[in-house]
Each structure stands twice: as structure tokens, then as C-alpha cells.
Design a protein around this ligand. Sequence first.
Ligand SMILES: Nc1ncnc2c1ncn2[C@@H]1O[C@H](COP(=O)(O)OP(=O)(O)OP(=O)(O)O)[C@@H](O)[C@H]1O
Ligand SMILES: [Mg+2]
Length: 254
Amino acid sequence: MKIAISGKGGVGKTTLSALMARRLAAQGYQVLAVDADADANLATALGIDLKEHEIRPIAQLEELIEEKMGTGENVGQGLYVLNPTVSDIPDRFAIEHEGVRFLAVGTVKTGGEGCYCAENKLIKRLINHLMVKSDEAVIIDMEAGLEHLSRGTGKGVDTFIVVVEPGMRSIQTAKNVRDMARDIGVKSIYGVASKVRNDREIKIIKDNLEGIEFVGAIPYSDQVIEADLRGVSLFDIADEALLVRIDSILKNID
Ligand SMILES: Nc1ncnc2c1ncn2[C@@H]1O[C@H](COP(=O)(O)OP(=O)(O)OP(=O)(O)O)[C@@H](O)[C@H]1O
Ligand SMILES: [Mg+2]
């Protein structure tokens, strides 16, 4: 399983990514949770204490980029290694917490000054080549919106989950994600409703997901807000009903 979690800004991607990662780990799976958002907060959602661990996304590790891509003085001239080895990166940089291996990858901003081609290439290759062993799940928390998809970051991911909150705006984003994910060859595209308060909201989401298979819902919950307020992992304070919802989503996607 190599799953990318995508969707509109603020819908609950990080919340879902963390819950799925921690739940799978608790069930004995090996889990690699990847934060592919420049505004990284998956670590906190997983329960990693930022006072103990300094999180530095791969995209910002200049020495590593240099080591892997052979950039240095060639930077900006498009001269770099085409097929760098990336298989060692998780073992070197992942942080282990409660059975989840966490890797901050980050994203590279396009535009602005200079060329970030080397960083972009390395990150794309890293995500494409994250090895999935038979008993391992890779969960990638994507940045909001579509820009990363147009850069091809999702290539090599077989399964996408689009998170949708009640409302046509996030449903529209989900459809755009679906179209772009199909374009890059993603096989399965699933939808999870988030922050839902009643069956009507679930039904409206379900009825509008055209071509996205609905696999479950996370209710609007004070537990989510409480965890965020306390800066702890929702998983650590989640009640049984919420865990059942997660299990049902996990069951529906394999
Ligand atoms: N089920 C829920 N019930 C109540 N609040 C929620 C729920 N899910 C997420 N939230 C709140 O919504 C906000 C955004 O959640 P989260 O960070 O998971 O979304 P995101 O899609 O990863 O956002 P971003 O696009 O910024 O990465 C947080 O403040 C979180 O506490
Ligand atoms: Mg997020």
C-alpha cells in the first residue's frame, strides 16, 4: 500500500494521514508516514515531540541534495545526476515513533529566484521509489491543492485518497485531483468525507463524488480540536468510535 492523501486546504488531510498511520502501526504493520507538505505538521499529528526532534525536510537538506544530485557549483545550470540512489534516505532520516517511521520530505516552491530543479527531481524520485515491502504501508500527506500533482510528485503512487469536507468547493477540488491523478496513471482514487455532522452531509458528498469511490467518513469532532489545542496526537485521545471509522476506511481501500 502506497497511499497519497490529497484534497483542498484545511479539509483534514493531515488528521486522516496521522490516524491511519498510527492505527496501522498499532495493528502491527510497518508504516512509513511521509510529510510532503512544505508547511509540515504531520509530525505533531503523529505525536512526535518537536522539542525532542528537529524536523528538517529533505528538500531543505542542502548537503544531501549536493551529495545526491552532484549540484554545488553546477546549480542552476541543469547539470546533475539523473538517477540518484534514494533507497537509503528513509533509513538515514526517518524518525521512529510508536511504530511509525516518519519522514519529512517537504516540497520545493516553484518560481521566485533560481531553479529548484535538483531538489524537485530528488523529491519526485524519492516518492516514486519509496519501496513498499509486503507488510509495509506508505502514507503520504500531500500539500493542499493541485500544484504538486502538476509537478508530478504523485507519480509512482498507486492509491490516492481525496479528503472532502461538506461543501461544493472541496468536492470540486476532489474532482480536479481525480482528473490529474488519472492523468499520471494512479489506479485507485478513493474519497473520504471529513468534518461531517450528519447523514445528509455524507449523502451530498457521496452523490457528488463522480468517479471517486467513497470509502468512509470522519465525523466533525471536538476530539480533533482538543488534540490540536493540546498539540498531541489525536490517535492518543481518540475514542473507540473514531477508531472504528478509521478501520472501516482502511478495510474499504484494500
Ligand atoms: N474531523 C474533524 N473535526 C473537527 N475539526 C477538524 C476535523 N478534521 C480536521 N479538523 C480541524 O481542521 C483543521 C485542519 O485540519 P488538518 O490540518 O488535518 O487539515 P489539512 O487538510 O491537512 O490542512 P492543510 O491543507 O493546511 O495541510 C485543524 O485545525 C483541525 O483541528
Ligand atoms: Mg495538512
